[in-house]
Design a protein around this ligand. Sequence first.
Ligand code: ZN
Length: 240
Amino acid sequence: MKNIFSYNYLSYIYQKSSLIQMIPAPKLIDLSHIIFDGLITYKGLPAPIICDYLSREQSKGLYDGGAEFQIGKIEMVSNTGTYIDCPFHRYEHGHDLAEVPLEQFANLDAITIDASGSTSIGIEFFKYKEVRDKAVIVSTGWSKHWNTDAYFENHPYLTAEAAEYLKEQQVKLVGIDSHNIDNTQGKTRPVHTILLGANILIVEHLCNLDKLPADNYKFNAVPPKFKGVGTFPVRAYAMV
Ligand SMILES: [Zn+2]
């Protein structure tokens, strides 16, 4: 039977922990906008109302020993801030937030596509890149217009052909730092239809994409586990 207090065993543990210490912690890059009371994410949809359900002042009478707490109350549409689209957003029988497995939201191998300065982002941006099985993060620079009127009009979007190509390549997720991944000039939404129909998640309203490396990093965007909801704000981030 192994003696866990033996010198050899303790030495082994020590070496292991030393090795672990030598591996630098990954750098985290926050890719999410701040959500605040009154913020308009999407023109035509209401802004969130963020307030106290229980204020600190009210709570004082409920606790002893100087303890006080705040419990917030939020009223919002689920398309608020930096958010993720699951298939249920587009399809009645598609997976909702609770049904999409955690593996689709987190620890995804990622690649950045630089599309800054372009409005219509076509297949040529993806064709000669290693996008297969990855989270494909499309950097347009549009997030500089966030929370201004300019954000909603003439924003960058993917073409239907680009979405078809990404579907063929079996990408895991597509993210963009724009107002919508589809062109909102018309009423069709082919990119949502194609990607969500293929169980490929979408993250919109990302930011800080100019801080990402070209590839070889992990992308994470995990929402809470709500039943019967297809979109929700995420704290999207990269691990570099
Ligand atoms: Zn969307």
